[in-house]
Design a protein around this ligand. Structure first.
Ligand code: BTN
Length: 272
């Protein structure tokens, strides 16, 4: 399948943002847009978006590799310099996940029986498989957040040839699930538009507000039994809700109700 390259001007024309994406750096090939944002963090303005056609060393959470074939997905990073305490930074992952869902819904790209889901905190799921993910990284100096990089990956037009091997049961793309090749530019713009609006809401109110509503509505885990790995290693739990800070409220097997913040754990749906 031949893939068109992104045209940054076409994205810019669709932006309704005040500052996110106003500075857009478009690259053909890079190791990782997150790594590149980090290298440029000191000199580039807040809201700078780095977008690449392909990544040669795309990164996922927990040091995993993120496959980013040329011109088939959205591989981008948003550079932020918020005046927030570091404990509030993981919330930006939820904001990005909500923005991706809203952008997909706005474009009505999915089939009538399909619903995009968020597997807390950072996986975007469609039809029980992963179509996207968020990787939020921050630089902290003297206890102060210097910069935050919100990396967003979305498998748009990946074909069967791109999700073979290990990925086959786990990953999919919009194209594979809907049978239609999708234009990437309006989706990029949509994600950035929604991201800015939810992010500004968060900065001004210090509450997740609408993000929380969307993450609850789209949750792939609320009401489900999960296995957790991490600090509470090996524990099984039932997910009850998302708390006001976006934390996962779970009931452990021993009946204890506790909340978990992202970064602490990784969860596996029990029938996965
Ligand atoms: C995950 O689900 O584990 C997170 C995946 C994040 C992938 C995106 S693609 C753009 C940005 N650059 C990277 O190297 N990773 C993120």
């Amino acid at each position: 399948m031949m893939q068109d390259c992104l045209v940054p001007e076409r994205i810019s024309n669709l932006l309704r943002t005040i500052w996110i994406g106003k500075n857009m750096i478009y690259l053909d090939t890079i190791d990782s847009t997150n790594s590149e944002s980090r290298r440029r963090a000191a000199e580039e303005a807040e809201g700078t978006v780095i977008l690449a056609e392909q990544q040669t060393a795309g990164k996922g959470r927990f040091g995993r590799e993120w496959s980013s074939p040329k011109s088939k997905g959205i591989w981008m990073s948003i550079l932020l310099k918020p005046d927030l305490s570091s404990i509030k930074i993981p919330q930006l992952t939820l904001i990005a996940a909500a923005a991706v869902c809203l952008a997909l819904d706005e474009r009505s790209l999915l089939l009538p029986d399909q619903q995009v889901k968020i597997k807390w905190p950072n996986d975007i799921f469609l039809a029980g498989k992963k179509i996207g993910g968020i990787l939020t990284e921050m630089q902290v100096r003297d206890n102060k957040v210097q910069s935050v990089i919100v990396g967003i990956g979305l498998n748009v037009n990946l074909g069967e040839e791109d999700v073979s091997g290990d990925l086959i049961d786990k990953a999919t793309s919009l194209y594979l699930e809907t049978g239609r090749v999708q234009q990437r530019e309006p989706l990029v713009a949509g994600i950035l538009n929604y991201f800015e609006s939810l992010y500004l809401q968060y900065l001004t109110t210090e509450e997740l507000g609408e993000t929380l509503t969307i993450c609850r509505q789209k949750s792939a885990v609320i009401g489900r039994k999960v296995d957790m790995t991490g600090e509470k290693i090996g524990q099984a739990a039932e997910v009850l809700d998302l708390g006001p800070q976006g934390e996962l409220v779970v009931k452990l097997d021993n009946g204890e109700i506790t909340s978990l913040i992202s970064g602490e754990i990784s969860i596996l749906l029990q029938d996965e």
